[in-house]
Structures are given as C-alpha cells and as structure tokens.
Write a protein that binds this ligand. Structure first.
Ligand code: IVH
Length: 662
C-alpha cells in the first residue's frame, strides 16, 4: 500500500469509528456489532503502526483501551489476591523449605505441588450455588468485574449441585491450540497477532462482546478456596471442588520432602509441552490450612506458598552491533546490541558476550541471527547462532586492538581471557574506579554520587582516588559549582573526612582489585590487619587464606607489585587515611570453618546461628566439600543426604554442645 492510499484509509476508518463512538456515547445505541467495531479499530491501529506519520493524537486509537471503555465495574476483593515469591534453584528451594520447617517448629508440613498455569488470575464467587461474580486480580485489592465473559467458559458450571457459598481462585487461560487458531485467523484478516496465549487471554477477558469472548474459547482451572465450606486440608478441598463438577487444577501431588518437590518440578519442566496449555512453573503450598495461618503473609505474598519458575526461554534476534565497554578495572566486555525481542515477559535488546574468546567460540559474524536465552532473573545470554540465517557477506567479529575510550593498546594476561586497558588515566577506568571507591560497600562516602563524580572529573577537580581527600582545599570552587551549595559541600567534606577511618576490609575492597570482592577483602583484612602489612603480602601468605584460588592470588600480587598502586596507597595514608583494623576472627576456635544447619531444632535457628558465629563458624546454607559440619535437627531432608554422601561430619544438637564445650 502506498502512503497516500494509507492516509485515505486512515481518514475513512477514523470517521467511521468516531461516528460509531458518538452514537454509542451520545445516543446509547449502536448500529454495529462489537466484533465489527473491534475489527475496524484494529485495522486503524495496524495502519497507524505501519505509517506512523499519519497517527494523530485525536485518533480514536488513542483513547484508553483503544475503544469505548468496556464498562467493567471495579470491585473490591473480600480477600486480597496476593502474588507469589519465586525460586529458580534447588538451593533456594532448600532454603525455602527449611525456613518454613523452622517456623513450624512442632509439625512437619505436607506440601501440595501444582502446575503453575500461565494465564490470568480470577476470583470466582458462588452464592447459594450460583456463579454470581468473577473478578480479575487488578491491583490485588480491587479488580474488574468480568462476570459476563467468565460465564462463557463452558467448563465452568453456572450452578453447583449444592447451594454453597464459595470464594474460589483460579487461572483463566487460552489453550495453545485455540491461541494458534485465533492468530491464524487474525493473520488472514491482517490484524496484529497476539504475542502469547497469556496476552490473548488477558485481552479476551476484557472484550465488551461476550459473544466474541465465547468464540475465543477461554478455559479456567481452579487452584484454591479462600472462603466458604472449607476443610482443613487444601488437597481435600480441591478434591471436594472437583466432586462438585468444578474444573480443578488436576496436575498436582502432595510431597513431604524437598527431594519429592524437586522431582515434581523437574518432571513438569521437561513435560510442560505435553499439556494443552502453557505453564510457567510449579506452585508449592502448605497443605494444612492451620499451618498456613501460622505462617501468615508478608506484604506481597504468603509465606505458605512459593513458585518454582521454569528456566531459560530462548528466542532469536539479529545482531545489530557490538559495543565494547571498559569497566572500572580496565576489563573490556563486548555487549551485543540486538533487535528487540520478548523473552520471559521482558524486552531484550542487549546481552553480554563476556569476552572475545566467547565470540570466537560461538563463531559470531556480523549481522548474524543469534539465539538468546533468559531464565527468571538471570541476565540474557547468547547461546548460539541460527546459521541458516547467515548472510553471504558476513565477516567474523574480531577483537579490537585499542581501548575504545582512550585509544591505548589493549593487553591480555597469559592465563586470562579478558582484554584489558592498562592506562590508569583512561577516563572509563578513572570514573569507574572513583565511583566504586565511594560506593556504599566500599568507603561509603555519603552525599557523593555518580553525577557528582562526573561533574568533578569534567571540571578537573578529581582525576584519581587521592584527589578526593584534597577536595577540602577546593571548598570555594565546589560551592560555586552549579547545583551545589554551602550546605551540601559541607556535608560532602564531612563524609569524606569520616571515610578515613572506614574498616580495613572496606578500604581493600574499595581499591577495586580484580576478582577481589567484599568477602575476599574481608579475608585479606583479617590476615593482614594493616595497610603496610597488606602491601607486603607474599604468595605464601595468600596460599593460606581460605577460599583463595590462583587467579585471586595473582591478581592481588600483581596489584601490590605495581609501583603506581603502592604510591597511590602511600599518598592516601599521607592524606590521613587510617582504616580501623577488622575485628579478627582468626583467634576464635572455629575461625573460617563452615557449618550448615538443617531440620527442626530445639532452639530457634537464629539462636544457634548467633552462637556458632560467635565462635568463628561461617554459617552457610548449602553443603559442599568445604563444609566442616552439618548441625542436624528433626526431620532433616536433602541436606542430610548430601552431607553423608560428601562425608561431612553430622552432629546432633547435643553433640554440637559437647564440641563447643570441649
Ligand atoms: S496459588 C497467593 N496455584 O500464579 C497466591 N497460583 O505468580 C496463591 N497461578 O497470582 C496462588 N497457577 O494467578 C496458585 N496452581 C496455582 C497457580 C497459581 C497459576 C498464578 C496465580 C497467581 C500467580 C502468582
């Protein structure tokens, strides 16, 4: 279609739709059925998307919802509709189960596991056995009344065999096959396609014309009763609903151990495509309603339930360009700019490629179509290439030779994959390292921030870390800067002064040595106790630090052997920097030993944790080969098994007491 044709059509459609709108609003009548109306509007939207130069703010497509509001009444939920916390890893599942078990000290809970349907939540109210109201989740407190449309769902009885009063929760969804059919139809009609069954269901439930809703073929599965004739056990309640002829989420089971729960999650993660509808995880809930009450809810979600979310969805997207970012330690990271693509509900436009070895390993060429993967809260990553889409003139992507910021030659250490800019005055490194130095976990210089650092660098007030401690000499210049007044300069200088006595571990972390995070900085501070001893570290000293590997050791040694670094630290000391030594745990009887707690103990877990930490133990949540002991209470699960497999000594509470006494 050429633009002039499009413009004419847009005008025509706009006039028609406005006419029907006026009729509807002003005369409360309509000479067109809603289905036809929707089609007109969707044609208009499509043309406007294709020819945005003709989109006017006055277009009927710009009304809220794109059409006359569907007159949905807002209804306050009698019981709030909460959401669920999410888990993605076995260790998190373990901790969740542990936390539930330890809160319910007496009785071991039974867990109900159900597939998590990927649709839209609905509250269904039966009064005297009649389906009387269906309300969407909305903001959790108030939702929209979609009773009429919900009545079109054939599997949902309008009347129950008994005159019961029930408030139920379920999920409305579109089976995948219906979704495909609807999109095929829309494609034929030139209408925009729905992205996925969930979006299609969400759109459908709000359509004004129930006839159209009925043709779309929505379905529902119920997964909870929140009020009414309720028994003590969730699983029995669902059986009861099924006996009444209600469509109940039937892919469910009861589990008593983490192992069983995990097996159920793994099964459905693999088998999800066998179901006729989309699921995005497994919901794990406590079966006993009394225990649910005891556990209670947090602000957003119940403590008695959580969702195991399936990992990693894949999508394809074309590579637009590669951006080379220089981090605060000078490491170069290639980042792929991609054509936007939706993955797990969010738009992905960028993904890290980590380093040029990774690019070479994957064999990425210019303009390639890449396979992007994203799981839960995990950052999107490139996992492969669709070679069928490779273009003829595509060229392999090669590493740059010079720093994209300062132009100096990049280097690469023999044992590492990263390219590196070694120019300490490279602006990217200066800015990054200053930002890191002042950050909360480092020197915590409050009232300083990224914007201020940028401004100060720009004005030539700071160039390297020691300049921060010379800022007090430039008080007047600072006060004269735009956006800074006397008060804020005062606060800033005070915060800088205060930072001079931050603990040694914070200072070591603040130096931004590669591979040295907060925890490693703590170990080094505990080992050395002072700046001069830190600068004198040898590989022998570092060999004896727990959890230090060769990469960390060589990173520290090469840092302290660089005369520029030593000079900088000495300058800082001359400027008054005098970190407080870390309270050294080394003298404690169980210093640097790891312990894991599991099962139900006779004292609150926190009490045990504090006690163990006070004698030097590091209390961690996962068992590994480095765990020194497992402290075990009643009804322990998978951790106990793992500990025995790894020959980790297992101690009961009384055995632990004697160990501590001894
Ligand atoms: S139980 C307090 N069970 O998942 C909420 N929810 O991410 C208790 N969902 O809003 C929810 N299948 O819409 C539960 N078998 C199931 C579910 C399920 C799907 C949805 C539900 C909820 C969302 C939370």
């Amino acid at each position: 279609m050429d633009p002039s044709q499009a413009q004419r059509l847009i005008t025509e459609l706009t006039e028609k739709i406005n006419h029907y709108n006026d009729q509807y609003y002003l005369e409360s009548q309509s000479s067109i059925d809603d289905n036809e109306y929707d089609i007109l509007l969707e044609q208009l939207i499509q043309l406007e998307t294709q020819f945005p130069q003709f989109l006017s703010l006055k277009s009927p497509s710009q009304r809220v919802g794109g059409k006359p509001a569907a007159d949905l009444a807002a209804v306050k939920h009698a019981h709030a509709m909460l959401s669920l916390s999410n888990l993605y890893a076995l260790a998190d599942l373990d901790s969740w189960v542990d936390s539930v078990v330890s809160r319910l000290s007496e009785n071991q809970p039974l867990f109900g596991c159900e597939v998590k349907i990927d649709g839209i939540a609905i509250s269904l109210i039966y009064r005297n056995g009649l389906l009387s109201q269906a309300i969407t989740r909305g903001d959790g407190e108030t939702g929209d009344d979609v009773t009429q449309n919900t009545r079109t769902i054939r599997s949902l009885p309008l009347e129950l065999p008994q005159p019961l009063n029930l408030e139920l929760r379920g999920e409305i969804f579109l089976p995948r096959q219906r979704f495909e059919l609807i999109n095929q139809q829309r494609h034929k009609e030139g209408l925009p396609l729905f992205k996925n069954p969930r979006n299609a269901a969400a759109g459908t439930i709000r359509i004004k014309d129930s006839k159209l809703v009925s043709q779309r073929g929505l379905d529902v599965l119920i997964y909870d009763i929140v009020a009414g004739q309720i028994g003590q056990r969730h699983s029995k309640n669902l059986d009861f609903l099924a006996d009444l002829g209600l469509p109940v989420n039937f892919h469910r089971t009861n589990c008593s151990t983490v192992k069983e729960i995990y097996a159920f999650c793994m099964h459905w993660e693999k088998a999800k495509s066998e179901l006729p509808f989309d699921i995005d995880g497994v919901v794990i809930k406590i079966d006993d309603l009394e225990q649910r009450r005891a556990l209670g809810v947090t602000a957003k979600s119940p403590r008695w339930a959580t969702a195991w979310k399936f990992k990693a969805e894949k999508a394809k997207s074309r590579l637009i360009s590669i951006e080379n970012a220089i981090g605060r330690t000078g490491t170069l990271t290639p980042v792929a700019n991609l054509e936007p693509v939706e993955l797990m509900g969010t738009e992905v436009k960028r993904a890290t490629l980590h380093n040029y070895d990774q690019i070479a390993r994957l064999g990425i060429h210019t303009n390639d179509t890449l396979i992007v993967e994203k799981g839960g809260d995990i950052i999107p990553k490139i996992v492969g290439i669709d070679f069928t889409q490779r273009q003829q003139n595509a060229k392999p992507i090669l590493p740059p030779e010079n720093c994209p910021i300062c132009g100096s030659r990049l280097s690469r250490l023999a044992e590492e994959v990263d390219l590196h800019c070694d120019n300490l005055s490279c602006p990217a490194i200066t800015e990054g390292s200053l930002e890191h130095f002042i950050s909360k976990k480092a020197m915590d210089i409050q009232s300083f921030g990224q914007a201020m650092i940028r401004l100060f660098i720009q004005k030539g007030l700071v160039g390297e870390i020691p300049d921060i401690y010379l800022l007090h000499e430039k008080r007047d210049t600072l006060i004269a800067l735009e956006g800074l007044g006397e008060k804020s300069v005062e606060n800033l200088l005070e915060a800088i002064e205060l930072s001079k006595t931050r603990p040694l571990n914070n200072f070591i972390y603040a130096l931004g040595i590669r591979h040295i995070g907060e925890k490693a900085a703590k170990s080094i501070a505990a080992k050395t106790g002072s700046i001069p001893r830190f600068l004198d570290l040898t590989d022998k000293d570092l060999d004896s630090v727990p959890d230090f590997g060769p990469i960390m050791i060589s990173s520290i040694l090469s840092w302290i052997r660089n005369p520029d670094h030593v000079q900088m630290v000495e300058t800082l000391m001359r400027l008054g920097l005098n970190p407080e030594p870390l309270e050294i745990a080394d003298g404690l009887p169980f210093a640097n030993q790891r312990i894991v707690i599991t099962g139900t103990l006779s004292q609150p877990r926190e009490t045990w944790k504090k006690r163990l930490e006070s004698v030097g133990f590091q209390v961690s949540s996962a068992i590994s080969g480095k765990t020194s002991y497992l402290l075990v209470g009643k009804d322990a699960g998978s951790k106990l098994e793992k500990a025995s497999k790894l020959n980790v000594p297992i101690l009961s509470e009384s055995e632990m007491e004697s160990l501590l006494d001894g």
